[in-house]
Every structure is written in structure tokens, then in C-alpha cells.
Design a protein around this ligand. Structure first.
Ligand SMILES: Cc1cc2nc3c(=O)[nH]c(=O)nc-3n(C[C@H](O)[C@H](O)[C@H](O)COP(=O)(O)O)c2cc1C
Length: 178
């Protein structure tokens, strides 16, 4: 395969889009769109631009929920990814329902088929990567839509309809599983 060297600002090679929901320091629900994440066992890592409202609040309140949207939620994904909680409560303007989690002090998004309840454990900010805040969190609970489960209670991968974000810093591209 012949390759060409590129010099992009960033290269996001296809990351699942997630909606991160939380109660802010005043107890008000809010939500943001991110794609920088990975998980291993009961640990999850998320990457944020340091200046965002969501990360500012999560550093204080510590509890949040990772919600995995599907293709039908592109409007909410775009809205929550292009507006800031510094200006508004995003739940007021999207067709998403927030319900209090049983495991952490944060809202679960009812319409998302998967929700992962988390508590912040570490904040990583480095001079070398100025403007980026990575957080480590412990998973306290996992919720999965019944439709996404097989007869044994395991994940039914054929039902998944995640949205994947591909970006080079110039434009955003999306790919879908179905
Ligand atoms: C598809 C998509 C993926 C995004 N991924 C990230 C991300 O991984 N980290 C991040 O900090 N912002 C990401 N953003 C941008 C934030 O969602 C955006 O800056 C948002 O306005 C921040 O809101 P807040 O200030 O309420 O936190 C993404 C946006 C979109 C649309």
C-alpha cells in the first residue's frame, strides 16, 4: 500500500462518539460530546480540551456518565459538540432525557443504549500537552438496553449502531456500523 506523509493538526482514526453527562456544581444536568476515550477493565480514560465547561465541572463534582448514542442521535451529538455549558443547559435543547443514576451522582441519558457510570480518580495535565486534560475514572456501574443483550445476558454485537468520528483538524467525518 503506497502511503503519503501528512502533517495534520490531529488524526482521529475512527473513535466512538460518546455523550458525557453530569450534574454541575449547582446540581444542574449538562452534557457534552467527546470521542477521546478508551477503557480497560474497570478503568476508563477520557481526553478533554482543558477549557471546556464539562471538564471544569467534572473536576469538581467527580461523578459522570458515559452514554453511547446511536446513529439516530446525530442532531444531539452535533448540538452537544458545538455548544458550551458555559452558555446553557444543553438538555433543554435536545431530545434527550436525563435520569438520575443509581450508582453515582450523575444523570443517565435514557435514549442511549449503553451508559457507564463513573467516578473520577486522576487528572493528568502536562506542560508538554498544554490545553489537554486527561482523566482516569473508575467504573461504578454499567447499563445496557435489553435489545443489546443476547440470551445469555452478553453483549449482542450485531445490535450496536455506534457513531465513529474521523477527523484531521480540517473537517469532521462520521462512519456508522449499520
Ligand atoms: C464528534 C465530536 C467529537 C468531539 N470530541 C471531543 C473530545 O474528544 N474532547 C473534547 O474536549 N471535545 C470534543 N469535542 C468538542 C466538544 O464537544 C465541544 O468543544 C463542546 O462545545 C464542549 O462543550 P462544553 O464546554 O460544554 O464542555 C467533540 C465534538 C464533536 C462534534
Amino acid at each position: 500500500m503506497e502511503k503519503v506523509a501528512v502533517n495534520y493538526e490531529k488524526m482521529y482514526y475512527g473513535f466512538p462518539v460518546i455523550l458525557v453527562s453530569f450534574y454541575d456544581v449547582n446540581g444542574l444536568p449538562n452534557v457534552t460530546t467527546i470521542s477521546s476515550s478508551y477503557t480497560l477493565k474497570d478503568m476508563v480514560v477520557l481526553g478533554f480540551s482543558s477549557k471546556g465547561y464539562a471538564i471544569h465541572q467534572i473536576k469538581e463534582v467527580r461523578d459522570f456518565v458515559i452514554n453511547v448514542p446511536n446513529r439516530s442521535m446525530m442532531d444531539a451529538i452535533s448540538y452537544c459538540g458545538s455548544n458550551t455549558g458555559y452558555d446553557l443547559g444543553k438538555f433543554d435543547n435536545v431530545s434527550l432525557t436525563h435520569v438520575k443514576s443509581q450508582s453515582v451522582n450523575a444523570p443517565v441519558i435514557r435514549e442511549c443504549p449503553i451508559s457507564i457510570e463513573c467516578t473520577l480518580s486522576d487528572i493528568i495535565e502536562r506542560e508538554q500537552f498544554k490545553g489537554i486534560t486527561n482523566i482516569l475514572a473508575q467504573i461504578k456501574g454499567r447499563l445496557v438496553a435489553k435489545d443489546y443483550l443476547n440470551d445469555d445476558g452478553g453483549l449482542q454485537s450485531s445490535e450496536f449502531d455506534n457513531v465513529f468520528y474521523i477527523g484531521d483538524g480540517r473537517q469532521k467525518g462520521f462512519r456508522y456500523m449499520q
